[in-house]
Write a protein that binds this ligand. Structure first.
Ligand SMILES: Cc1cc2nc3c(=O)[nH]c(=O)nc-3n(C[C@H](O)[C@H](O)[C@H](O)COP(=O)(O)OP(=O)(O)OC[C@H]3O[C@@H](n4cnc5c(N)ncnc54)[C@H](O)[C@@H]3O)c2cc1C
Ligand code: SF4
Length: 474
């Protein structure tokens, strides 16, 4: 690598479609690098010797090493290396909040512009797949030991990916008709096109992973039957209980939407190639989104794509202190979404069963000795009324565990998160039932795709160790 290349070459993201064009459809907004652009950007790496980028990447990607391979044009070697630590690099490259993780930690971030790690990571696997490359599976699948995985989101899929490379049979159950969990039924197409997830399904199936889709465990098949027929089980059910704040929601008012119901309703037709939706169009309406995270950004940018008259996001902290990724907040602003920072909704106002407005109150941010984050405090006498035809609540999610979790001696904490042994213990990610492991959002609370992948992989390592140990009896 040319060590001072960053002085001559500026950080350059792949080109992005202009906001006025991209709001006319739901396609991804970023183009891809070509080989020479990717090499040029990779060559900017200083190879500083202290890979802060790797340390701040939850899956500890070997970033400087694959940047070096790309700068030398060794694409397949980069793809092989990239897959040693990350099960789905093309997905993380698209959806990780890089500004808070790898790129935020890059030495060049201080004045020169971080290496575009996410875009290069995406380029490597996209290109390798285009060239017909598949991840290497070194061992033949041994059908005598079977691990059942419940949940085909990133945690479940990463566990299946790791196990199949170890030669262990993985069968993945999901209630939806397509794999991906929130990758398919949450994150909109303009951030992650659904064909990318479908390609991964093909790759995993070629590696020997078996999917049993449209199968709601506990309804279509009993959990106990799966448990009895498996050597071990990995649970990765995610978090699906929408938090609603303490708002006065009229149950028969159709103007109040929950974020995930809305997003799934708009994504399903894209997955199934059809036009049918159940939630009425937001075209011409004044829409308010409550919340400041990735889900709020996704709802606001979906609403603007269906020609809402106005879209405002209301959040109780400011731009810097809101949880959404910087890149996505900036994309939302470019697309015409208005942000009302330091403000929160106190009351929803109705005429009959139709929503007409919301009452908000201003907040100020104060230091809290019990928290690392600034805490919003309401300012007395700062109430304001804002007209709204529709409100979308995006306050986050908590686990919604099925009855069979209780029945099978799986302990949970006071927030309904499943309790597991710590990641550095002998049998990491094991629940209080020794044959059952768990990971992803249902264990750590709603978080990120890359942390779910990390937990799926770590749990798989632990399961593999358990299956090879003397305490295992099939
Ligand atoms: C709208 C939205 C946008 C987001 N954007 C980003 C982003 O840009 N970047 C990022 O890093 N993170 C983002 N996240 C967070 C990220 O998607 C999650 O942290 C991640 O998907 C969690 O993975 P998981 O495998 O634990 O669970 P999930 O992805 O939720 O998958 C769980 C799966 O379990 C299945 N399941 C549950 N119960 C059963 C049952 N009884 N039987 C069968 N199947 C069952 C579900 O159908 C689902 O497919 C976003 C989240 C949301 C909601
Ligand atoms: S997985 Fe995410 S945090 Fe890690 S290098 Fe890739 S984009 Fe960065």
């Amino acid at each position: 690598m040319k060590h001072y290349q960053f002085l001559n070459t500026k950080r350059a993201e792949p080109s992005k479609l202009g906001a006025e064009l991209r709001v006319n459809n739901h396609n991804e907004i970023y183009e891809s690098y070509d080989q020479s652009e990717a090499s040029e950007q990779a060559e900017r790496c200083l190879d500083c010797g202290i890979p802060y980028c790797k340390w701040d990447c939850p899956v500890s990607n070997n970033i400087p090493e694959w940047l070096n391979l790309i700068s030398e044009g060794k694409l397949i070697a980069a793809a092989e290396l990239s897959h040693q630590t990350n099960s789905f690099p093309e997905i993380c490259g698209r959806v990780c909040p890089q500004d808070r993780l790898c790129e935020g930690a890059c030495t060049l971030n201080d004045g020169f512009g971080a290496i575009t790690i996410g875009s290069i990571e995406k380029f490597i696997t996209d290109m390798a797949f285009n060239m017909g490359w598949q991840p290497t599976v070194k061992k033949k699948i041994d059908e005598t030991k079977l691990v059942s995985i419940i949940g085909a989101g990133p945690a479940g899929l990463a566990c299946a990916d790791f196990l199949s490379r170890e030669g262990i049979k993985a069968v993945v159950y999901d209630r939806y008709e397509e794999i991906g969990g929130l990758l398919s039924y949450g994150i909109p197409n303009f951030k992650l096109e659904k064909d990318i997830v479908k390609k991964r399904r093909e790759v995993l199936e070629n590696m020997g992973v078996e999917f049993r889709l449209r199968t709601n465990v506990g309804v279509d098949i009993q959990f106990e039957e799966i448990l009895y027929n498996s050597s071990a089980v990995f649970l990765a059910l995610g978090t699906y209980k929408s938090l609603e704040g303490n708002l006065n929601i009229e149950k028969d008012c159709t103007d109040i939407l929950l974020s995930l119901n809305y997003l799934i309703d708009r994504i399903q037709p894209i997955i199934n190639n059809e036009r049918k939706t159940s939630i009425e169009s937001l075209e011409g309406q004044d829409v308010l989104i409550l919340g400041g995270g990735d889900t709020a950004m996704d709802c606001s940018r979906t609403a603007i794509r269906e020609k809402a008259k106005s879209v405002k996001v209301i959040y109780r902290r400011d731009f810097e202190n809101s949880p959404g990724s910087r890149k996505e907040k900036e994309n939302a602003i470019e697309e015409g979404i208005e942000f009302i920072w330091n403000s929160q909704v106190k009351k929803l106002n109705y005429t009959g069963n139709r929503l007409v407005s919301v009452t908000t109150v201003k907040t100020s941010l104060e230091k809290d000795p019990h928290s690392s984050r600034l805490t919003p405090k309401e300012l007395e006498g700062s109430e304001e009324e804002i007209k709204a035809d529709k409100v979308i609540i995006a306050y986050g999610f908590a686990p919604q565990l099925p009855e069979w979790v209780n029945k099978n001696n799986i302990k949970r904490d006071e927030n309904d998160r499943v309790l597991v042994t710590s990641s550095d213990s002998e049998n990491a990610y094991r629940t209080s039932n020794s044959k059952i492991f768990a990971g992803g959002d249902m264990v750590r609370g709603s978080d990120l795709v890359v942390t779910a992948i990390y937990e799926g992989r770590e749990a798989a390592k632990s399961i593999a160790k358990y299956l090879h140990s003397s305490s295992f009896q099939n």
